[in-house]
Design a binder for this molecule. Structure first.
Ligand code: CTP
Length: 480
């Protein structure tokens, strides 16, 4: 990280030159602020958007910038917020006039007054997001940092410019942003800030589900999502969004028998899987794979703690949870449900890996067998090194068997080797229950390994099954 208080080299994108010219035309002082500056100093890769603040009208500046650009990109104006946006050369640029703000208690929408650059920096969420670079030709790249954001960047601290109680109460989404940045950047939330989040947690209710989910996605897509979920739990926010996870907390003991704390186990699984996949929905599956354990938990004197049917119950809970959080009830949700439903299958067969169990696993998981195995491997969180090794070894055997069985039997994208039409033609029958019975029997015989997954064998099997059902072939049998 550079020590400089000038970051001229951050302003290489040609748009900055245009904004400087447009600002000079309108006699405005303009600055680049927020995530662009923060991420530049942290060297976090190419930015997707640029935030510009000007001491004057952001909308007028955006229009002037568009005029100066050769293709005059469309300026989108958000009148209520006094902001404007345009897209150029693959980057979104947002313009806002510097302002002073105060918020009404019931809403995130601020009452706005014009202000100085410092007023504007003051109203921002965190010191690390309040860093601004001057765009003026006299001093391009000059760092304006009244709240010691640079120091906080170096010390890896999330701190609010104002009293955190005001910052979070003004805009409760910032509580989630604090936790999200702490997770993404591996920063610490400063103590008074963390206390203020706990104090203001109820105000999260005024934030829309969509925005909450957006932040949850970002936490889940971080390198170590457990950091964020532990903070959400510690501050009391998690209970508002994912009470199903809170229900997994704690260890019960009856007659000296204890079960594991499924909340912390779940977080370990999420961290494990994040080392192997960036698939957001597979990470969701890891987060939710055990939620059925809370409602199904029972103690029996004979076998101790049980969670019978938790996978089925959990997969049903996924639907309710997605619906409550206004998440899409589409294929992504069905995928998460499928993963939760099947989350114990590989471990169950791994102790006694038969061909038929592997065929059934591959058949049921279909296109998602790889994802399911990734989930189950991440689910191994035992601290006993011998067991850890053994479980991973067993999964290796399951994987090897999967390859062998697949090469031989092609179960993965199973297509019935004898179709319903062929059955109807052969026995000269109309659509009826018998066709379903025969098709199911053929599939079962293949999965059990009684017949290979080939047309000839399946055809013979069909004739035999038809006979048992009192059907006889109506035409000379095909030469097989
Ligand atoms: N901001 C704020 N309070 C919010 C949202 C945003 O003060 N609730 C300010 C911050 O200064 C932030 C800037 O607006 O840096 C831009 O917001 P946004 O684009 O949402 O976030 P970034 O900081 O750019 O980071 P990211 O893109 O990772 O969300």
């Amino acid at each position: 990280m550079s020590e400089a208080s000038n970051y001229k080299e951050a302003l290489q994108h040609p748009i900055f030159n245009t904004i400087a010219k447009a600002s000079a035309n309108l006699k405005l002082n303009s600055y680049v602020i927020g995530g662009f500056v923060r991420d530049y100093i942290l060297q976090r890769g190419t930015p997707k958007d640029i935030d510009i603040v000007t001491v004057g009208s952001g909308i007028a500046l955006a229009k002037e910038v568009s005029k100066l650009l050769p293709n005059h990109p469309k300026v989108q104006v958000f009148k209520t917020y006094g902001t404007a946006m345009l897209k150029t050369e693959g980057i979104e640029v947002e313009f806002v006039g510097a302002r002073k703000e105060s918020y009404a208690a019931h809403s995130r929408n601020p009452v706005v007054e014009n202000g100085t650059l410092e007023d504007d920096q003051n109203r921002r969420d965190f010191s690390i997001n309040a860093l601004a670079l001057n765009l003026a030709p006299e001093n391009p790249g000059e760092l304006l940092d009244p709240f010691k954001g640079l120091e906080d960047l170096k010390a890896k601290i999330i701190r609010t410019p104002l009293d955190p109680d005001i910052t979070y109460s003004d805009d409760p989404l910032r509580m989630m942003r604090a936790i999200r940045f702490a997770t993404q950047l591996n920063f610490r939330i400063e103590e008074t800030s963390l206390n203020a989040i706990t104090k203001n947690k109820d105000r999260i209710k005024i934030i829309t589900k969509e925005r909450i989910v957006d932040e949850l996605h970002k936490i889940l897509l971080s390198d170590k999502p457990s950091v964020g979920f532990k903070l959400l739990e510690k501050t009391g926010l998690l209970a508002y969004m994912l009470p199903e996870l809170i229900a997994l907390k704690g260890i019960d003991e009856i007659e000296g028998q204890r079960h594991k704390d499924n909340f912390y186990h779940t977080l370990e699984v999420v961290d494990n899987i994040s080392e192997n996949t960036d698939d957001l929905w597979l990470r969701w599956a890891a987060l939710l794979h055990d939620i059925g354990k809370a409602p199904t938990k029972k103690f029996s004197k004979k076998v101790g703690w049980t969670f019978h049917g938790h996978e089925f119950v959990g997969s049903k809970m996924v639907f309710k949870l997605f619906k409550r959080l206004k998440m899409p009830l589409n294929d992504k949700m069905k995928f998460v449900q499928k993963m939760v439903l099947m989350s114990s299958r590989p471990i169950v067969i791994s102790t006694d890996v038969t061909d038929s169990a592997v065929r059934r696993l591959v058949f049921d998981a279909g296109d998602y067998i790889e994802e399911l195995m990734t989930l189950c491997e991440a689910d191994i969180t035992t601290k006993n090194p011998k067991k850890f090794k053994k479980y991973h070894h067993n999964f290796k055997i399951v994987r090897q068997k999967m390859v062998e069985v697949e090469e031989r039997d092609h179960i993965r994208n199973f297509q019935p080797p004898v179709t319903g039409e062929e059955i109807m033609e052969t026995f000269n029958i109309k659509p009826s229950r018998e066709i379903g019975i025969i098709k199911e029997a053929i599939k079962e015989a293949i999965l059990e390994g009684d017949i290979p997954n080939e047309h000839n064998a399946a055809y013979e099997f069909m004739l035999q099954k038809g006979k048992e059902l009192g059907l006889s072939p109506q035409r000379p049998q095909r030469g097989n």
